[in-house]
Design a binder for this molecule. Structure first.
Ligand code: KG4
Length: 342
């Protein structure tokens, strides 16, 4: 073994939506992960891009400082900087991307670009103390967030195929929009999750899509929820207040059923029974229970992330960056941020 080999110390930066996050990893082990979330959007019922960029601009320096301090690492000890290049909100991305570029230039160290969605998938490889169980390759990952719903076949750290994805809304987006109609605030996912625990998932039935392959669609569910609610409110102006638990449970059940149906198909066709879930919606208890149920019923080996790594965080960008660093896959200083996939 080469005793002179230097540690790989990576600073990771994530700013794709409304969380400013920085993490530090040494040789793939997480030393710190600091996130500043933006409460400013709650009053608007959704993320306001301009406000998100401004908040990132305020948060980025203190968040990076705190991550370095917590890790006990000086800037000069960094080997590389990993950053989220996209997809996400352009104004938000620009803050993290340009900060990463400026710091890398000043320190004379390489940059590693990370695709935000691949970061979510690789969150399963975040190591804090070494006793975590990571999925073996190949595995399938259901990636469900506010902006995406995909089934990903993961062949290796840096080799992923999207085999199914939403053709319209994402699962989290549909939940958030339905909860907004119910007046539950933003983001609706955690509120729906909490209310659903006390409701009857069979109380109401909403439209489920019928599209081929492993693709998803959630716009029909959203419309069906909206129209049903409008009819019920005609008879009872307090319908939502009287039935919010049952509405939440039925909505959650419908989303989970839609997600699991295509995932079952993908597992059956690929014969891959190692199945992971990732992204913000993977915090959902109904979805987590459905995974546990499928593990028992169909013999899947399942991988469910820690709650702290379900929503946007820089730890996942750091581990994804570490794997790319090991492949010497560096990024040009001119690489622009990208808002959309493809
Ligand atoms: O991955 P994420 O933090 O951001 C994106 O990259 O989109 O996901 C945010 C989404 C939101 O739609 C939010 O409502 C949803 O994840 N979410 C949940 C739960 N916690 C967050 N959805 C259902 N149940 C939850 N417990």
């Amino acid at each position: 073994m080469d005793n002179h080999q230097k540690d790989i110390v990576i600073l990771a930066i994530e700013s794709s939506c409304d969380d400013t996050s920085a993490a530090v990893l040494r040789d793939g082990i997480l030393l710190s992960n600091v996130t500043a979330s933006q409460a400013v959007h709650e009053q608007y019922g959704g993320v306001v891009p301009e406000l998100a960029s401004r908040a990132h601009e305020q948060n980025i320096v203190p968040v990076v400082d705190a991550a370095l301090k917590r890790a006990g690492v000086e800037k000069e000890q960094l080997t590389a900087i990993a950053f989220t290049r996209g997809p996400g909100l352009m104004g938000s991305l620009l803050v993290g991307v340009n900060f990463a570029k400026g710091l890398a230039l000043a320190l004379g160290i390489p940059l590693v670009e990370v695709n935000h969605l691949q970061g979510h998938v690789l969150a399963h490889f975040i190591k804090e103390n070494g006793d975590e169980t990571a999925p073996p390759f190949p595995f399938l990952c259901l990636l469900v967030s506010g902006g995406n719903s995909q089934i990903v076949k993961v062949n290796a750290y840096n080799d992923m195929e999207i085999i199914g994805q939403t053709i319209d809304d994402a699962a989290g987006e549909a939940i958030d929009k339905c909860s907004k109609v119910m007046g539950l605030g933003y983001p609706g996912g955690p509120v729906i999750d909490r209310l659903a625990r006390q409701g009857n998932p069979e109380a109401y039935h909403f439209a489920k899509p019928n599209i081929p392959g492993y693709d998803y669609s959630f716009s029909g569910l959203k419309t069906s929820f909206l129209y049903s609610l409008r009819d019920w409110l005609k008879d009872d102006a307090d319908f939502i207040e009287h039935h919010k638990e049952d509405l939440a449970a039925s909505l959650e059940r419908t989303v989970v059923d839609i997600l699991m149906k295509k995932l079952r198909m993908a597992v059956k066709d690929t014969c891959i029974k190692h199945v992971a879930v990732a992204g913000g919606v993977s915090a959902n208890n109904g979805l987590r229970n459905a995974f546990r149920d499928h593990a028992q019923r169909y013999g899947w080996t399942i991988y469910i992330p820690k709650f702290s790594y379900t929503t946007d965080n820089a730890a996942m960008i750091g581990i994804a960056g570490f794997f790319k660093y090991q492949d010497h896959d560096f990024c040009d200083i001119n690489a622009p941020a990208f808002a959309r996939v493809g």
